[in-house]
Design a protein around this ligand. Structure first.
Ligand code: GLY
Length: 339
């Protein structure tokens, strides 16, 4: 409440240009509002989120509106413009979580432009956490979301046709520094694009409340029906308003194995900084897989805590994330890596 009052005081002073870095709670500097998100696409997404946060809006609205920008992009591996599964269909997974541990998710959702908004409706309008497949689509349509045409974007169609030449089933995602991967797991690299699978976003608003969202098309050319970590609360996304929030990108199977985002938040609860907590989670994956197998995959975690500190860590070089905490502070940070 102290923060809220101070926020209102500043607002009444006409400080329209938000930069609340340096807020204090007791003796601890608190940087808020703040939003961070995975990959370069996070810059545009953060901008939309900041538009909400800078007006004193709720973190939940910020993380929804932020990743909607990426979902709407036709030239990205998130949303309906993304790579299809190996049968040629784009299937989308998404989750959202607020400061009260309310959460919702959708998985294996087809022909809906904004899965994150459907996830939010699941959270707010049903007694459930997760809807999948045709049931999720039916719910979305009942909620007024238009059913989009079943059509691949031009880029996705080109990538898919290229993949069909060999149809070799070795999906690999997010290994940015090893273009050789394209030989057996063709991605958008060949068209000069990245193969990022996901946008995960976590934010703290001016009131000090945390929320997060995560949305993806998953691995390109995956088996039909395959889900990764992104729609699974605790794996691809976790928020605890007492502690912090974390989200993940990369090879979902390996994030699920360690309940990655929940692990990061619990490590922060034990006193680790966001970066140290993300590092420990990455170490856990590498320990389970062994160095050689871990080298074949990428996983990145990002996190914020209640002090507005942020951090990220990944298995191998190439992961980055976008950080925004002022009108003029929306920048990329290279994720530190272990291999
Ligand atoms: N991290 C997204 C996925 O594995 O589907």
């Amino acid at each position: 409440m102290v923060h809220r009052r101070r926020f209102l005081q500043l607002g009444s002073l006409g400080l329209g240009s938000f930069s609340f870095t340096g807020f204090t709670a007791g003796n601890t500097a608190v940087r808020k509002p703040i939003v961070i998100s995975t990959w370069e696409t996070g810059i545009a997404a953060n901008k939309a989120a900041w538009n909400v946060l800078s007006k004193g809006g709720r973190a939940l609205d910020a993380v929804e509106q932020g990743v909607m920008v990426t979902e709407a992009s036709q030239n990205c591996c998130v949303g309906l413009g993304a790579n299809p599964d190996r049968d040629g269909f784009v299937t989308l997974d998404s989750s959202i979580m607020d400061e009260n541990a309310n959460c919702g998710s959708v998985a294996f959702l087809e022909r809906i432009k904004h899965p994150v908004s459907v996830a939010r409706r699941v959270m707010e309008k049903t007694p459930h956490v997760m809807l999948v497949g045709s049931g999720a689509q039916q719910f979305a349509v009942e909620e007024g979301f238009p059913l989009e045409p079943q059509k691949l974007s031009d880029e996705a169609e080109r990538s898919y046709k290229n993949w069909l030449k060999t149809s070799q089933y070795k999906p690999v995602i997010n290994i940015e520094n090893n273009k050789k991967q394209t030989a057996f797991a063709p991605t958008r690299f060949e068209n000069g694009e990245w193969n990022h699978d996901t946008i995960g976003m976590v934010a703290m608003d001016a009131a000090g409340n945390l929320s997060g969202s995560c949305t993806t098309s998953g691995m390109g050319f995956k088996m039909r029906g395959r889900l990764g970590d992104s729609p699974i609360i605790g794996a691809g996304l976790f928020v605890d308003n007492e502690v912090g929030a974390a989200t993940a990108t990369g090879q979902g199977e390996d994030v699920i194995r360690i309940c990655g985002s929940h692990l990061v938040v619990e490590l922060m609860r034990q006193g680790l900084s966001p970066e140290a907590a993300c590092k420990k989670a990455v170490e856990r994956i590498i320990k389970i897989k062994g160095n050689a197998k871990a080298k074949e995959i990428q996983v990145g975690f990002i996190a914020i805590n209640k002090q507005g500190e942020y951090g990220g860590y990944c298995i191998q070089k190439g992961f980055n994330f976008a950080v925004c905490y002022a009108d003029d502070k929306n920048f990329m940070v290279d994720g530190k890596f272990l291999i």
